[in-house]
Write a protein that binds this ligand. Structure first.
Ligand code: C2O
Ligand code: CU
Ligand code: CU
Length: 512
């Protein structure tokens, strides 16, 4: 892509510096992490302080909270002293954490300083379609876009990212994403850690591949397109091998899987249990104790972990998750599946926090009497037959391999209309051989069932992205929201960004 092409031409000095640096770097940074955990003590290379994205709070102006974001090119030091060409918001890679409160009127201005078109989507937000930042809200180079709306939903961990037609994958991969936190009165009183960067810590997971000149490598092969781009190194908040020196013994981690395609199976190195307290769209009714958690692209979970033993503990991702680990395609893709050490937490200096997570944190809205205005079936399809028959080699992928109900995404086609302030039931089917994280804009829905069975408690709360396994039908109950606009659509799609860019996306309008 244009905005990084300058960086690919690395001059001789930079390249030499990189090679010198490589010689000094711990092997853990340069080699695949396979088997490391068995042969090394806990994360010897994990020294870089975990970067905390700066908090961007609103400037108040006549009842509106204003935020300014600029999408810009930059150079990022993932491996000191090598500079990698990246893009970010108000910085070189990723963006600040936007913080808003339920009831706020917000006005966000996004300036595009890149040399290519972009868009910025507020993922998880209920808002008018024109303000959503999907592929229709293009921001041309050198121009700005304004998005304003009232924050109507519950407290939760959302995010924002590029949603540029056909370019979402490459733009997010190079850095166009950030976290967005919504607070409300209830979340402030729930007895949960709330001090940003102290005991309330953003953890943004992204896997990347670096070429030997230190530059990011995006799609290089057909499997990258089919499986979605998987990288061999995992960044946390934009850093490799980071260390979090815990300041409190009770930590709330806001986990965001902002990867293009990789699923993570998270576990602490000593197997300690943690409490899942929130899913995509807000707090769970009751905390759920677990020792492992799988996260698909675009999913968020908040967890509370107790580090009062003062020890060091590694947050890990275990092999065996997602399409490269347990999907039907995993046999072909074994090389992309492995264990990763993600984040070392050192609790030696943590101050005691003996507060308890309340047994009941919130109440879900009662939707049991909701009248269902519509029922829909959406099937997530990949033209595997055609692919095996040669379409794969013939570039059949681009020509509509990725579809929903037989159709690849078309900017000009609105797939259906829903009625505002109503509820719908969607059955998401998956006749393909891959696992797809299905996402719907402008809503926080709830999972009714998976193949007729009730979902586990940790995913029974508010969601905007749901994993759909091959041969599974996931039924969701979805509020259509309060905004009507027959001209501007919302998107629904697979959140493996290469599947989205490849056409596994549709659009709907919400009408009065
Ligand atoms: Cu996170 Cu349509 O996007
Ligand atoms: Cu979204
Ligand atoms: Cu998919």
């Amino acid at each position: 892509m244009e905005s990084t092409s300058g960086g690919r031409q690395m001059n001789r000095t930079t390249r030499r510096k990189f090679l010198q640096a490589s010689a000094l770097l711990p092997a853990s940074l340069l080699l695949p992490a396979v088997g490391q955990s068995a042969t090394h003590s806990l994360g010897p290379g994990f020294k870089r302080p975990l970067p905390i994205p700066p908090l961007l709070e609103a400037t108040q102006n006549g009842g509106w909270g204003e935020y300014q974001l600029t999408a810009q090119q930059g150079m990022t030091r993932f491996f000191d002293p090598v500079e990698t060409a990246t893009i970010g918001f108000n910085g070189s890679y990723l963006g600040p954490t936007l913080r808003m409160k339920r009831g706020d009127q917000v006005a966000l201005t996004v300036k595009n300083s890149l040399s290519v078109d972009t868009t910025v989507h507020w993922h998880g937000m209920v808002l008018p379609a024109r303000m959503d930042g999907g592929p229709h809200q293009v921001i041309r180079p050198g121009t700005s876009w304004n998005s304003s709306f009232t924050v109507r939903q519950r407290a939760g961990t959302l995010f924002y990212h590029s949603h540029t037609h056909g370019q979402t994958g490459v733009q997010v991969y190079h850095g166009l994403a950030g976290m967005l936190i919504v607070d409300d009165d209830e979340s402030g009183q729930a007895g949960l850690p709330t001090e940003y960067g102290v005991d309330d810590v953003p953890v943004i997971l992204q896997d990347r591949d670096f070429a030997d000149d230190g530059q990011l490598q995006y799609l290089r092969s057909m499997p990258d397109r089919m499986m979605g781009k998987h990288g061999g190194q995992v960044l946390v908040n934009g850093a490799l091998a980071p260390l979090l020196k815990a300041q409190k013994t009770r930590l709330r981690l806001r986990l965001l899987n902002a990867s293009n395609a990789r699923f993570y199976r998270l576990q602490f190195s000593d197997g300690r249990p943690f409490q899942v307290i929130a899913s995509d769209g807000g707090l769970l009714q009751q905390p759920q104790a677990r020792t492992q958690l799988e996260m698909a692209p675009a999913e968020r979970f908040e967890i509370i972990v107790d580090v009062s033993d003062g020890k060091s503990v590694m947050l890990r991702s275990l092999a065996g998750s997602g399409n490269v680990g347990r999907g039907m395609m995993s046999m072909m893709m074994g090389g992309l599946d492995r264990d990763f050490d993600l984040l070392l937490i050192d609790a030696a200096g943590a101050k005691k926090d003996s507060a308890q997570t309340p047994a009941v944190m919130t109440r879900y809205d009662d939707w049991s009497q909701a009248e269902i205005a519509n029922r829909r079936q959406l099937d997530l399809e990949m033209g595997m037959g055609g692919m095996m028959g040669g379409g794969m080699m013939g570039g059949g992928f681009r020509g509509g391999m990725m579809r929903i109900n037989g159709q690849a995404f078309d900017m000009q086609r609105i797939d259906f209309a829903a009625k505002k302030d109503s509820f719908e039931i969607w059955d998401i089917g998956n006749p393909s051989m891959m696992i797809h994280p299905f996402h719907v804009h402008n809503t926080q829905f709830r999972i009714v069932s998976r193949n007729g069975k009730r979902p586990a408690a940790y995913e029974a709360g508010y969601k905007d992205t749901v994993v759909v396994e091959p041969s599974e039908t996931v039924r969701i109950l979805l509020p259509t929201g309060p905004y009507a606009d027959s001209q501007h659509p919302y998107m629904y799609h697979c959140h493996i960004l290469e599947h989205e860019d490849g056409g596994m996306m549709g659009q709907f309008v919400v009408e009065a």
